[in-house]
Design a protein around this ligand. Structure first.
Ligand SMILES: Cc1ncc(COP(=O)(O)O)c(C=O)c1O
Length: 349
């Protein structure tokens, strides 16, 4: 338990942010209608603005990243096909098996380096359906930034190379861009440039951008029209969705401007850790707002470190027995970052 009066710093995820005053005001004033019939003006504005920013023809609002990936993938595949994705992809590890349970797909996993699959390995794994024993490849999926790898970024060149090879084989490409604005910030390019090579992209308002709820899928108008009934099947067609879309609009306009700060805070934490005994951080993976810390000590495991940090009011997640994950976000400021570095030094030194 934290000492009484200690202010909590929640580093468990960038999903933990609270909606700010601007968002709450926008929500309270949102113009709304029945979105299932396309009559919610705020949701429509959010979809149009998102598509414009992502450089795609159209957008479709969904309640979560999981739903965004599921609807995008189901729209572009049919049961019995294979989907190629990275071994630790969020769609494979953390989305409840929806790929198989709902889309009827068999995941074909490729190990990546910092979340990036080797294009040659991907090409070798493609099945064109000519072998009756193997389901044809229906889709190739990439994740940018890659969550489990530590918020690592796929470069523009890598995304383009993957897309070129997918399209050479007439296979569509989906990007789980839950944190695409973090990737764009780290690379100094626009989200549209990172989205251009892929057929569909999902991004979250509820992570680094700081909104309470919501994700967007973007692609061609044809793709979005095909995705609309799929969203309905999974219960994702909403009524007066403008109430939440209004906060997402604020997140979209204001959120990307301050992501660089989150990245700097993550780097400061990682640099503090590197100096400490028995704490190992692969600095090459500290590219955005996630720090994966590996503990190499006999006297302290990851759950133990989480408990120690909790006494300082700092919440973290034990990923495994020896790894913890720290994620910076909008509600972690300079002073909080200093407090985290100090607490880590006190606990680990
Ligand atoms: C890379 C990635 N994709 C998708 C999701 C799913 O988003 P949601 O929790 O909104 O379903 C997450 C959530 O953390 C994520 O990190």
């Amino acid at each position: 338990m934290p000492l009484p009066g200690t202010e909590i710093i929640d580093l468990r995820s960038d999903t933990k942010t609270q909606p700010d005053d601007l968002m709450r005001l926008a929500m309270s004033r949102a113009e709304v209608g029945d979105d299932k019939s396309g009559e919610d003006p705020t949701t429509r504005r959010l979809e149009e603005t998102s598509a414009e920013i992502l450089g795609k023809e159209a957008g479709l609002f969904v309640v979560s990243g999981t739903m965004g990936n599921l609807v995008s993938i189901k729209t572009q595949t049919r049961p019995g096909q294979e989907i190629i994705c990275e071994r630790d992809a969020h769609i494979y590890r953390y989305e409840g098996g929806g790929l198989s349970a709902i889309c009827g797909l068999l995941p074909r996993l490729i190990p990546g380096v910092h979340g990036a699959m080797d294009p040659a390995a991907v090409e070798a794994a493609i099945s064109d359906g000519s072998n009756v024993h193997v389901g044809p490849t229906g889709l190739i999926e990439i994740e940018n930034t890659h969550n489990v790898a530590g918020g690592t970024v796929l470069s523009l060149e890598h995304v383009q190379a993957m897309s070129d090879l997918a399209h050479r084989h007439r296979i569509p490409m989906h990007c789980d861009g839950a944190r695409i604005f973090n990737a764009a910030t780290a690379l100094g390019v626009s989200a549209a440039e990172l989205a251009a090579p892929v057929d569909s992209i999902q991004f979250c308002f509820s992570k680094g951008l700081g909104a309470p709820i919501g994700s967007m899928i973007c692609g061609t108008r044809e793709f979005v029209e095909a995705a609309r009934p799929v969203r309905n099947i999974v219960g994702g067609a909403l009524r007066q969705a403008g109430v939440i879309a209004a906060a997402a609009l604020v997140a979209l306009q204001e959120g990307p401007k301050r992501l660089q700060e989150d990245h700097e805070h993550a780097r400061m934490i990682a640099e503090a850790l590197v100096e400490l005994p028995g704490a190992s951080v692969d600095m090459a993976t500290v590219q955005t707002n996630i720090v994966n810390l590996e503990l190499r000590r006999d006297d302290l495991d990851a759950p133990g470190l989480c408990r120690e940090l909790q006494r300082y009011g700092i919440l973290t997640t034990a990923r495994t027995a020896h790894e913890i994950r720290l994620v910076t976000h909008k509600q972690v400021d300079d002073a909080d970052t200093d407090r985290v570095c100090l607490a880590l030094r006190e606990v680990l030194a």
